[in-house]
Each structure stands twice: as structure tokens, then as C-alpha cells.
Design a binder for this molecule. Sequence first.
Ligand code: ADP
Ligand code: MG
Length: 633
Amino acid sequence: MTNNIIKLLPDHVANQIAAGEVIQRPASVVKELLENSIDAGAGKIQLLIKEAGKSLIQVIDDGSGMGESDARMCFERHATSKISSADDLFNLSTKGFRGEALASIAAIAHVELKSKLRGNELGNKLVIEGSIVQTNEACSVPVGTSLAIKNLFYNIPARRKFLKSNAIETKHIIEEFQRVAFVHPSIEFILINNDQEIFHLESGNFRKRIVDIMGKNYNNRLVPVHEETDIVNISGFVGKPEFAKKVRGEQYFFVNNRFIKNYNLQHAISLAYDELLPKGAHPSFFINIDVNPQDVDINIHPTKTEVKFEDERSIFAILKSTVKQSLSKYAISPSLDFDQETSFNVDPLQKDQVLSPPSVNVNRDFNPFEKSGGQKESSWQRGDSFKQDNYSAPSTKNWESLFDDNNREDEEGALDDYTDFINSVNFEKEKEQSAMPFSNNSENDKIAFIHQIQNRYILTNSANGIFIIHQRRAHERVLFEYFLESLEKTKRFPQQLLFPETIELSPSNFEILNELLPDLAQLGFDINLFGKNTFVINGTPSDIPDLNSKETIEHLLEQYQLNESDFKAKKNFFLAKNMASKIAIQPEQKMQQEEMQHLIEQLLNCKQPTINPAGKSVIFELKAMDLIQYFGN
Ligand code: ADP
Ligand code: MG
């Protein structure tokens, strides 16, 4: 036995451990390599990806290149050309400085480096596997550097297993690529995914870069923001309020040319929009914040995207007032030409290309029990009268917050809460009785009484009293079961469109839609690949007339992004639910007698007619017995 138990870790082990911190997924490699190319002064950077970076990540640049010994040295830990003393840390203008990335990557992947220093005749080629140099030879290559990273995490199976699906890892890579590309509009960037060119971003100004990445229709969505002060310079663009999104996605802060997240500053921008945005909508923004390097602490973890400002309060205030000013300028004169920076031409928008503003104008405070319909409203409609002793009807909580985001509960969870209610309605039993409000028997139809209240609820007689049906939720339930059946069993047929519609998507939405195509085909959509990031919709489900196919698809993609993990776990459920909620009739809409009758019939044919797919009550039954209890004799 020896008492000396402390050992120095061998280098390659230390590198593997460090790699775990710096390199979490293929996208982290992408970030490090792109940043190195920028630091090397590249004018053009190409990124090649195979299998979501799991088999290949290659970055080719035309930057300074490396000489023979640097090409070897760069893989050593703490090897950096970017700082030489601790003081330099406070004046960084480069992206890297820790000299950690390449050493880490070389410890966990197969790396091939080809590089030639400007002015040199020959370049060098190095092959490294698990930190060990396999090949080191002179070769003829162009000036600049090419780094190919193959089989990432080949020697850390646990890590490799931990990686997400190719669609998700690709999405992360694209996000990282975009974050870097946004702030370096003067550099030409190319992204090739599985041999397909996804982006070719020509060099230009910031506005052109945003439009090239986000899509042509962004050109008329941007309001410029500009302010220079002693503390901070702010520049960039915010989105016009009418284009705000339900998903908080298109929000980019760049501090001294690095993408960062900052909830506080995000809030400053939201405050600047003030009343301009409907509740729950998030503005897009692309904001550069430039401060003296000494006034910001970026010397934190390489994978983190937070920074500490010396004077965040002032930056908050300046940002808020600058954005507010820009927005009010735009509000006063929305037609004002903001294209000062347009040194490029984009095609004018086609009429049908304009995306309609998000439909977020629902009244979240709506309370069906609130007074609105004059004194006619009888007391039983009000929640408080149900709180009488011994009253066993469902509590009014089921009726509250009608229009809350209906994504909160899923069907199963909600079922428990509603068991009482379901039991109290007990459809199965009623179906056996002849007093059903509707059977297919036309005689019964005549006896039945149907009436719409406030264009919202349908009243009809039940076996024991009255049903009050929430029309939108009823319709959601009917559609939900129809779509679920389509996805699980019965493939529906498309109705071919006379005028096929094209739909242009961001690369990440493109990936998602690609993944959903088989399901959408099952629902009766006929959608095909049309070109780069573009699909063409040739047909829509024939059973659903007047479907706005583009809006529906966009809604599905948005919901997918909002609830990615739920979607993945219960795809059919979520697709059916979101299709239903997109297509169902509005909460307030006049309905014809036959429409109501048809809806009630369909609803009562459902497997679970009492709740909508989000778990909220569809039917309320007021029983004669309860009336007796309420009124006394
Ligand atoms: P850091 O970027 O923190 O210095 P890295 O491990 O990322 O550390 O890179 C180590 C060194 O390798 C860099 O400092 C730089 O000198 C050199 N290097 C890396 N990539 C390139 C490239 N694409 N072109 C030229 N030199 C590079
Ligand atoms: Mg680096």
C-alpha cells in the first residue's frame, strides 16, 4: 500500500474531460470552428455537415492559415495565438482566447487539418485521432484552413448516445451558424447539409444578412434602431409590431459581435413596444450592443451565452428609449422609407405572400358568467349561485379562463378532473334512451329544441334537462377525433388545388415540415418539395373545405416549436389537437339551425364528447332535478 494516491491525469484524459465542457454537441464544434475562421480574418467560410454533424463537420476558410509548427501546436491545450498575458483578457477583440477548443475536439473525434499560411509555398496536412497524431505531412492546398471533424464522440459512447435526433441536432447547428453569420455580414458564409446547399450568404450589410437568413419578406418588417452614447452603441432592427410572433424565437442580441441571451434587456425591448403588442406576442429583434470591452465581462464559460455588463441599468434604459423612439417614428409614418441601408434589391412582395398577423386577439379575461346580455340572464348562469349547499353540479372552475392557451393540460391528465362531470352526464346510458336530443330519426329532430345563446353556446334538451354546449370546443372535439382516426387508421384523400400554393420556410422549419410530411399525407395533404426551403401544397384534405392550407401548416410548425418534446412523445395526439384547434369555428359565431344540429349529432357520436382535446368542458348539463333543488318546489 502506498500513501501517494494523487496522480496527474494524462493529457489526453484531461483533454477529454475538458472537451465535455466545451463540446456538448455537434453545434458546439460548429461554433468553435466558425469563430476560429473569423478570428483568422476569413472573407469566405464554408460549413459542410453530414448526418447532423455526427459523421462530418467541416469548415473551410480563406483566412490567414497556419504554418507547420502552428498546425501541430494548435491542438495543444492552452495553445492560443490570441493572448499572451492576463492583461490581454480585458481588451479582447477576438472570439477565442482560451486555446481549448481544438485540443478538446481532437480528444474526442477524428480530425483532419489542412492549412497553408499566406506566402508559403506548401501547406500541411495533419490527421489526429484521440489526441494522437497519425499523419503529419506537407501538401499542396490553397491559403487558409480546412478542418474536418469526423465521428464526433467516437470514444465517448455515452455522449454519442445522448445526442438527439438528426433533425434536432441539425436545427442546433443551423441556429449556431445563423448566430455567427448575423454579426459578420461582410463575410460570405455557405452551409451545405448532406450535400445540399442550405445557405449561401453573400457579403453585404446587416439588413441584407437578416433578410438573406430570415427570408425575403423580412425586408419590409424591419424598423431600424440606432443610438450612440458614451456608455453603449446600439444598432440593428426591431420587427414591426404586426409581425410579432407567438413563439419567442427571433430575438437576437449581439454584444461586441457575440450572440448573447439577456432576459433583462429582452424585457427592455418588450417594454418599448408597450401597448403595440397583443398579450402573449413576442417582437422580433436583431440588436447589436457595442460596449467598451472593459465594461463587459465575457470571460465566462465558453458555451454560455450570458455576459455581465458593468452598467446594465443604463444600457437597459437607453435600449428601451431607443427602441421606443424608433417604433413611434414608424407608427407616425409607417410608409416612411426605412430602406436607407438597402444596397440590394429584393422582389416586391406578392399580395398572397404577406403573412397575416398572428391571431392572438382573443379576450383572455372573458368570463361567460359576467354580465353582458342584459337582465335576461337568469341567476343560474352565474357561478355563485351554484355554490349552494349540497349542490353537486360541476364547479364553475371548468368554465373559467375559456380562452387560455389550450396547450396546458393533455387529455389524460385532464380526464381525472372531469370524471365526476362525465359520470354526471353519462352518455352511454342516455344513448339507450329514446329521449336523446338527436338520433337519425327525423321525428325526434323535430321534437328537439336547439337554440344558440350569444353566438357562443348551443342549448338543447337532454334526457334529464338541458345541455349547454360550447360550440367551439364541441367542434374541436369532433375534428380532433376525425384527425386522430385519420392519423391512426384511415388515410384521407386530398382535394387537388387549382392553384397550388408554395410555402417558404426557415431552414429549421423546413426540417420539421420534412419530418411531418408522412403524417400530413395521412391527413390528406399533398405537399411536395419544391426547392431550397420551399414546399408546394398541391392538395388539401378533401373533407375540410375552405382550409387555409398555408396558415394551417404554419400553425402546426409554430406549435411544434413551442411544444417540441410533447409533439415528439405523442405526435398523433398533438397533430390532431392542433389541426382541430386551428380549424374549429370561432368561439363567437352565428350558426344556422342545421349546422348546430349537425354539430350536436357529430359530437354525440364522439368517443369522448364531454371535453375538448385540451381537457376543457364541452357540455354542461342542467338537470331538472337541480332546478327543483334550486327553486324548491
Ligand atoms: P483559441 O481560439 O481560444 O485561441 P483554439 O483551440 O480554438 O483556441 O485554437 C487554437 C489556435 O489555433 C488559435 O489561437 C489559432 O492560432 C489557431 N487556429 C485555429 N483555427 C484556425 C484557423 N481556421 N485559421 C488560422 N488559425 C487557426
Ligand atoms: Mg477558438
